[in-house]
Design a protein around this ligand. Structure first.
Ligand code: PLP
Length: 346
């Protein structure tokens, strides 16, 4: 074989090799590794947040849950401040008034979970545009210290009695969804003008405002004041811990919350946030509450309420949309005209 022939043969061989290589299917692009983190903004009591973290991690090996516990108003402020660089993936718990306000401000992601079908009352318990879903229900009540000598109130107007001057604890509506539920309950029951007038009189009997909605139960149990206004399941949680409290309700009707959940717009661990969202709408998940001293009623079919009697009271037809849409205006009015939020009790 002369040199020329050899070179031609080599060239043909090279082209054949190149052709074979070129015809190979492209190597699959490396998949981004599945995220192993989930950052939860958790609004209920820290014991339940810790329990949910443990249970979710057990059900989803390989995912680590990090959570921060913040009351509703603080959580909303945090989400507003982090809008351009969200640090949380999902917000779990706290009355939906704040989730409606967050939706109005574009802070929540739409997610069409298959488990919306589990909800007992999808009209009441979910955003029609799927920005949030309800994960629990609870009614507002009064906690009275058994050693205070005060008869447990059975009407909102009982809270205005002179003997309760400086004897009432409640959270501030700027930080607490519980307290905002009270404000919006009274505005709905009385109308705005009479409602604000009632709030002014009520404020005259308040000893101090707390940051978190459930804290008045603890402090009233310790005898720091005679009466607390808070969610009834949080009064029950204190009684179960041994606090000397009596739970009562206003006979003319009380407000209630639907505790919400929503994925944060721009969540960095979106797939894991969806897993939490689906999981939190499972009946078995919603039955975990009492294990962590949480007695809210479930929102899904097939989950038994631990304390059904807490919703067998006179509940008003609470307008979540109206309260959510007006949250900022009503909280600002309360802060500017009724009581400032400068020195809240922890
Ligand atoms: N903590 C507990 C135990 C609750 O039941 C609720 C109700 O949603 C909240 C907190 C709400 O938080 P906050 O009133 O502190 O905003």
């Amino acid at each position: 074989m002369n040199i020329r022939r050899l070179l031609v043969s080599l060239a043909v061989l090279l082209m054949a090799v190149l052709l074979v290589v070129a015809c190979q299917p492209p190597a699959a692009a490396p998949q981004p590794a599945a995220s192993t983190e989930l950052n939860v903004l958790c609004t209920p009591q820290v014991e339940w947040c810790e329990g949910m973290k443990t249970e979710f991690e057990a059900a989803n090996p390989g995912i680590t849950v990090n959570f921060v516990r913040l009351s509703s108003g603080e959580a909303l402020t945090r989400l507003r401040n982090e809008k351009d660089n969200p640090q949380f993936d999902i917000w779990w718990g706290g009355p939906v008034d704040s989730f409606i306000a967050a939706t109005n401000e574009g802070l929540l992601e739409q997610y069409d979970s298959p488990n919306y079908a589990n909800l007992l009352n999808p009209t009441l318990m979910a955003d029609p545009d799927k920005h949030w879903a309800g994960v629990y229900v609870g009614s507002l009540g009064f906690a009275t210290n058994n050693n205070s000598g005060i008869t447990p109130p059975t009407s909102w107007d009982d809270l205005l009695k002179p003997e309760l001057k400086g004897q009432i604890l409640i959270a501030h509506p700027s930080s607490s969804g519980t307290s905002y539920t009270m404000v919006c309950t009274r505005l709905q029951q009385l109308g705005e003008e009479a409602g604000w007038d009632w709030m002014r009189q009520f404020a005259g009997n308040v000893l101090q405002y707390t940051k978190s909605g459930a804290a008045p139960g603890k402090f009233v149990g310790q005898g720091e004041a005679a009466v607390g206004v808070l969610f009834s399941h949080d009064v029950v949680a204190e009684i179960e811990k041994g606090s000397p409290l009596t739970l009562s309700f206003p006979a003319e009707g009380t407000g209630f919350e639907i505790g919400g959940m929503g994925i944060i717009k721009g969540a960095k661990n979106l797939d894991n946030a969806k897993k939490w969202f689906d999981w939190a709408l499972e009946p078995a998940t919603q039955e975990l509450g009492p294990k962590y001293n949480a007695f809210q009623a479930p929102t899904v079919k097939g989950a038994a309420a631990s304390k059904p009697e807490l919703l067998e009271v006179n509940l008003i037809d609470y307008d979540f949309q109206w309260c959510g849409d007006n949250k900022k205006a009503f909280v600002d009015k309360f802060t500017n005209e009724i009581a400032g939020a400068d020195s809240l009790k922890e």
